[in-house]
Design a protein around this ligand. Structure first.
Ligand code: PLP
Length: 408
């Protein structure tokens, strides 16, 4: 018989968003006239901006002619894109990132999920809690998570609670983890770390030989000056951190698929014999073997985001969603709810009222307001008693949802 990877059988059978979709489908079947507003899954709604569409068209045109046709591309991404990333996303912030430290990919989900390939299975993992589920689930698949615990979570993962009690600033780990996932601005809580708060993590990682896996998929939403856009704004971070970025939430590339990961050359790990190895070299080896690059056409679209028009259009999209976020935040606060996020992130994190559990609140909102959000507990044990709404809907739908929530 074929033996399977048993780690997969330890994962709960259904995925959070599948459970939500099932509940919404059942409700919609029972109430076919109800106009359900979906603010649950973190997908965007604004179309791809004209600059990126022009980039796509140029890519398509190139592929149509022998002289400009592109087949297999460099696994690490085309230089025309990584040079723009290095110059704009990092250079303009005074950060020195070289082109060969940038790995263009089909998105941050793949990269945050795959990065564990180059790291030992017996590394101890720490995550903030609640957390983007991919970090935990991919470590379960890899065999790093141990056993599921009755109250939620996994025996070998250190959970760092982020709740109202600590104002969503996680305490430093106590279990000596070697892999620490940080996501700021945070999905799901919409909260951030200031420069000095993030500096404590870099210092911790440097002193304890830990690797920080820093997901900054939402950095474009930052407006506060003391919130860093990149972990590399912190001196010494290049020796301890890998950074993940995505064009999904800034430029509507959730369907097109493009992102990138920075693996600095300074970053070293040790092999079983204790010899130092470059993580950049290992990731390059991994990508060259298992990945054939993001498509040429999509990389041309991403390149176009760095033109003056592209940058303006991306900024307009971000502003559109942040107007929704402000509307949600103010509306919910005026309705007497406690909320976080929505200032430097497109997510609003709500304390469920009257001691309702996350799923009870989900059911109440769906049944009474026909609004769909995401139960906080789906993101980890410390998410219980919280609820996430996204600002990625249309302005009209967001306004309608706020009106309904206020009545509720
Ligand atoms: N990282 C975080 C924190 C996210 O919330 C998401 C998407 O929701 C991703 C990564 C995935 O990004 P991509 O679309 O680039 O795979």
């Amino acid at each position: 018989m074929i033996k399977i990877n048993d780690n997969f059988t330890r994962l709960s059978a259904s995925y959070l968003f599948t459970d939500i979709a099932r509940k919404v489908a059942a409700f919609q079947e029972a109430h076919p006239d109800a106009k359900v507003i979906r603010m649950g899954i973190g997908d965007v709604t604004r179309p791809i901006c004209p600059a990126a569409i022009n980039g796509l068209l140029r890519g398509v045109e190139d592929e149509a002619h022998e002289e400009t046709f592109h087949g297999y591309g460099p696994e690490q991404g085309y230089k025309f894109l990584s040079e723009r990333i290095a110059a704009v996303d990092y250079g303009e912030r005074g950060i020195d990132v070289a082109v060969d430290e940038i790995f263009v990919s089909d998105g941050a989900k793949s990269d945050t999920g795959n990065i564990g390939d180059i790291l030992a299975v017996n590394n101890k993992v720490a995550v903030t809690d609640p957390v983007y589920p991919v970090y935990v689930d991919t470590n379960v698949m890899a065999g790093r998570a141990g056993q599921p615990l009755p109250g939620g979570g996994w025996s070998d993962i250190e959970y760092l609670p982020c709740t109202a009690a600590n104002n969503f600033v996680p305490a430093l780990p106590t279990g000596n983890p070697s892999m620490i996932y940080l996501c700021y601005p945070n999905n799901p809580t919409g909260t951030t770390l200031t420069r000095s708060q993030l500096a404590r993590w870099v210092e911790y990682a440097r002193q304890n030989g830990a690797l920080i896996l820093f997901d900054s998929a939402y950095e474009a939403y930052i407006s506060d000056a003391d919130v860093p856009h990149s972990i590399y704004e912190i001196p010494g971070a290049k020796e301890v951190a890998i950074e993940f970025r995505s064009f999904s939430k800034t430029a509507g590339f959730t369907g097109l698929r493009c992102g990138y990961t920075v693996v600095p050359r300074e970053l070293k790990g040790v092999d079983a014999e204790g010899r130092e190895r470059s993580l950049n070299a290992l990731w390059l080896r991994r990508q060259c073997t298992k990945f054939n690059g993001a498509s040429y056409i999509v990389q041309r679209a991403a390149e176009a985001l760095y033109t003056p028009e592209g940058r303006e259009q991306v900024a307009a999209t971000v502003a559109y969603y942040m107007r929704n976020a402000a509307l949600l935040r103010e509306g919910l606060e005026s309705a007497g709810l406690q909320v976080w996020g929505g200032k430097n992130a497109p997510y609003i994190w709500i304390k469920t009222p009257d001691g309702l559990s996350s799923w009870e609140f989900f059911d109440r909102l769906l049944n009474d307001c026909h609004v769909v959000g995401t139960p906080g507990v789906g993101f980890g044990p410390s998410g219980e008693g919280y609820f996430r709404l996204t600002a990625f809907g249309s302005y009209d739908a967001t306004r309608a949802a706020v009106d309904r929530l206020k009545r509720f």
